[in-house]
Every structure is written in C-alpha cells, then in structure tokens.
Write a protein that binds this ligand. Structure first.
Ligand code: HEM
Length: 512
C-alpha cells in the first residue's frame, strides 16, 4: 500500500503534463539537490533541459521550478494570499514557545509581525540610524589606512566587509558597540559565522524530517532537549564551557535576551535610542495577542517573546548577504576601471559633509549611477536561491496550472536574471548598469525576492551598501591584484559567495 500510494504521488506532474528529471523512490529529487555542489547551477541546467516550468519532488512533496515570470507574478503578487509562506524544514515548523520570527512565520502571525516591523525600516528611521552605520564605515576605513601603509599591499576586502556588516548589525539591531575590525576574535562574529555552517548532524535530522514528516516532532524534541541540556549544564557548571559549547544560535539569542532585559530595567535612557531593537521593543507587549484572519481585529504589536528571535534573524539575514553584495561590487569595480571612473565621477560631483551622516544618507539616495550599478551587481550575482521559495497554502490555479495545497514554488533566479528576452537587447552576460534605465517585467529582478513578503531589510541593506561605497571611493581607488580571479571562485551554501576578494587600494591624492 505504501509503495502504491508513494508511486501515485510521483504521478503528480505527469497528470499535469509537466516534465522534469527522473526521480528516485522515497527521496524524489531531494538527495540530488542536497548533494549538488551548486543548487542554482543545477536548477538552471534543468531549466535548459525541461523548460520554464518543470517538476521536482522533495521526498514526495511536489516542487515547481519556475522561470516563467508571468507565473511567478501570479504567485508572488496577484495570488499572494494563496502563497504567503515559504518552504521551511518540518522540524522548524514545530512550535515550542511562540518564539517565531518573521522569516518562519506564516498566515495572520506573519502579517501582524510584518505590519509592525515594516515601519522600523522606513526612510525616516533609516536616516536616524545612518550615523551608527557611518561610525562602522569609518572604523573600517581606519583599519584600511593602517593596512595600506605599504604601497599596493594586497587586501582581502571580503573579510573587512564581514566585520563591517557585523559591526553594523550589532550597533543597529543589538544596540551594542563592537569593534570587529580590530577584535577579530569577537564572539559575535565567530558565532554568526557558525550559524551559517549548519552542523552536519542537525542537517541530517532536518533532511530526515523533510522526508518523513511524522518524524519531525520526535526529532525536534531530541534537538531541543540536547541543546537545552547543554545550556543547563554550562549554566550549572560554567567551567564546562571550556569543553562543551552552547549552540551558536542559542548563544546569540541569549545575548540578545541579556540586552533586552538590561534595557527593560533601565528604561530612562531608552528615549534617545534609535536602533532596531528599541523600535521593536517600543512596539512589543507582554499581554496576550490574538491572531485572526480579520485584519481589523489583529493587534498591531509584537509579542514580547517574538522580539529576541526577530533580532536574531536580522543578524543572520543581514550579515552575510550585505557583506557578500559589497564583495561582488568590489570585484566589479576592480576589474572594470571604466565603471569605477564613472562612479567616482558621480560621487565627486556632490559635496559630502564630514560629520553629517544624515545629510549624506539623503544625498546617497539621489546618486543615479550608483543605484544602477548596485542593481546590476545584484542582477549578475544574486546570492540566495532557497530563501525565496513559496508554499501553496490553498489550492490555486496559476496560468492554467492547478496547484495543490502543500506544493512548493522555487524560482530559478539565474535563468530569470540572465534571460535575454527580459534583459536584452544587450547581452545579459555583460555588466551594463544602464540596462536598468529601461522598465522591465516586475519579476525580472528579484535579488531581494518580490511582493509583500520580499526582504524586509532591503532598504537598510541598500543604505549600507551605498554609504560604504561612497566613503571608500572618496578615499581609494580599487585595483585588481594577481589573486583577484583566484579568490573569486564562488561556492554555494545558504549564500552564494566568493572565497575572497583580493584587491589593492590606492590612496587618492587630492590636488590643492
Ligand atoms: C544585500 C543584502 C540582502 C539580500 C540580497 C537579501 C535577500 C533576501 C531574500 C531573497 C529574501 C527572501 C524574500 C522572499 O521570499 O521574497 C529575504 C528575506 C528577508 N530578509 Fe533579506 N536580504 C538582504 C539583507 C537583509 C538585511 C540587512 C536584513 C535585516 C536587517 C534582512 C532581513 C530579512 C528578513 C527578516 C527576511 C524575511 C522577510 C519575511 O519573510 O517577511 N535582509 N532577504
């Protein structure tokens, strides 16, 4: 009976006239996907073979891989109410204590959280936070000036960018002042990097629970109780922390908890604070909150227990992505001097104020070429594939296809970003910022996802990217080094990233 029902599931796409690569019994295509070195390349290769909509199976769950932009526009925008959640592991679906963050939440809870968190990234709030970001950029420039005393010394800028974005997140989200540029063994930096290297054992359990959903609860309990046991042991006998370490995400969450507790106690100095933590604390409550489908009844507050996971997700989502975008930008600038010239020329046309980050932030937003440049960097080097899946929450019909509740939609972002019909007439393999002056299909550019559930931190990330490049290019010219291409070898984990960005920085000398 099991074999018969399982095989019936595998007829899902056949019944719908959708093709796809051959599957394995029980695993579907899951094993091929997790063992693939590059998920994004694999998806693009299959798109070449099976077309703009094809089918895969995660275990027995159907997954549509799509690069048809009209289909995706229905899913992400027009029929969003039927596709409001993303695919997350079965273990992560299990709720223990209401500590759910925006990335994982769905339905009314997601809508309530998003409603509260959206305004924390408004232009006015970002402007207030710009001096915090600027302080971190200055710290990075100071570090560079100590490293470039030897003329034309090679620097791995990616390392400096990682420290920069972690400093920014610590100041803006945690509200703590760190100095990652000089304190390279800072535990926040080390633990955040560890969160991205998901532990092999955890990954195995996660995959098992995706293949056999009924195992999700017991596996979750095993993971949860071992983590809890480790934590309690360290709490009881601190000396043991030399031998047993707390799981990195729990370590980070516990540090946020300490900051929140401290702030809750000393409410007097919170009025001047403008960081994300304070904005969210102001919008949180310890009272019971009811989530209903009716928007008018749902409270517009965060539950107190949702505060810590949300700060944690900002840290994880904002650190590696933003530093990687800076790394790609630097690679392009080093290898395309004529584009760097144009950018420097645009930056130098403006009168930047030494100690007025807020005014500079406003001016940064009107630099058109910088905006086109970053759009093109993110078109050619999108860095997340898995984050932007959608799950079908109610049976739906999209462009004539009947999609069953529970199915997954996975966009093939590389096929979209490199599609000549969407990005022509110039060759999409060429770096041409001006191509963004032409109005394109609403789904043609999706490095931050699209629709109501796109990246909530997009404006924050763009502020950081623009402010950093403006400051850097006012002082230095970026030159390639012998190892630029070697370091650019990309690898794909959660984020698609280069190994290193080796460049040389030449100090710009101003003529008086
Ligand atoms: C260049 C930098 C960044 C890139 C490329 C990026 C990319 C993405 C993508 C592709 C998604 C999924 C969107 C979708 O499903 O449609 C996402 C979601 C998200 N990002 Fe970002 N991100 C960046 C920076 C940030 C920053 C700085 C923060 C926070 C400070 C952040 C917080 C989030 C959160 C919380 C979500 C989940 C939103 C939701 O489900 O409602 N991201 N991001």
């Amino acid at each position: 009976f099991y074999v018969w029902t399982t095989n019936n599931r595998y007829d899902y796409f056949k019944h719908r006239g959708i093709s796809g690569p051959p599957h394995c019994f029980f695993f579907g295509h899951y094993k091929m996907l997790w063992s693939s070195k590059s998920l994004s390349k694999q998806l693009k290769e299959w798109t070449g073979q099976y077309g703009s909509i094809y089918g895969l199976f995660i275990g027995t769950t159907p997954m549509y891989v799509v690069s048809d932009v009209d289909f995706l526009q229905e899913v992400y925008i027009k029929q969003f109410s039927s596709f409001h959640s993303r695919m997350i592991g079965n273990i992560l679906r299990i709720e223990t204590d209401g500590r759910i963050h925006l990335f994982r939440a769905f339905g009314a809870r997601w809508r309530r959280q998003r409603h509260v968190i959206n305004p924390t990234f408004s232009s006015a709030k970002l402007k207030l936070m710009s001096p915090l970001v600027n302080g971190c950029i200055e710290a990075m420039l100071n570090k560079i000036s100590t490293m470039t005393t030897t003329q034309h010394k090679e620097i791995n800028m990616y390392e400096l960018y990682k420290r920069l974005t972690m400093d920014v997140i610590c100041r803006c989200a945690f509200g703590i002042y760190t100095d990652m540029q000089n304190d390279i063994n800072n535990p926040y930096l080390l633990k955040s990097a560890e969160v991205f290297k998901t532990d092999a054992d955890d990954m195995l359990l996660m995959r098992l629970s995706n293949l056999i959903p009924s195992l999700a609860r017991p596996l979750h309990d095993i993971l949860f109780s071992t983590a809890e046991f480790r934590r309690r042991l360290i709490d009881a006998i601190p000396f043991l922390s030399n031998f047993i370490t707390e799981l990195p995400h729990l370590w980070l969450m516990n540090r946020v908890r300490e900051v929140v507790d401290q702030r809750a106690k000393s409410s007097s100095d919170t009025k001047e604070r403008v960081d994300l933590l304070q904005l969210m604390m102001d919008a949180s409550t310890a009272d019971p909150v009811i989530d209903t489908a009716n928007d008018h009844v749902t409270s517009k507050v965060l539950k107190f227990e949702e505060l810590i996971p949300n700060i944690f997700i900002f840290m994880v989502a904002g650190y590696e992505t933003t530093s990687t975008a800076l790394a790609y930008s630097t690679y392009v600038l080093a290898t395309r001097p004529e584009i760097q010239d144009k950018l420097i020329e645009e930056i130098n046309r403006h009168n930047w104020k030494k100690n007025n980050a807020e005014e500079n932030y406003e001016m940064a937003n009107i630099l058109q070429y910088l905006d086109l440049f970053l759009r093109e960097v993110l078109r050619m080097y999108p860095m997340t594939v898995k984050a932007m899946t959608r799950e079908c929450n109610a049976n739906a019909t999209v462009c004539g296809h009947t999609i069953e509740k529970g199915s997954i939609i996975q966009p093939d972002i590389f096929s979209i970003h490199y599609n000549p019909d969407l990005w022509g007439p110039e060759d999409p393999n060429l770096f041409i910022p001006e191509r963004h002056l032409v109005k394109r299909h609403p789904i043609a550019w999706m490095p931050f996802g699209v629709g109501p559930r796109n990246c909530v931190g997009m404006r924050f990330a763009l502020m950081e990217l623009k402010m950093c490049l403006i400051e850097l290019l006012q002082q230095y010219r970026i030159l390639p080094s012998d190892r630029t291409e070697e370091g650019f070898q990309r690898r794909e984990k959660i984020v698609i990233q280069p190994s290193a960005i080796y460049v040389k920085l030449e100090k710009i000398r101003f003529s008086t």
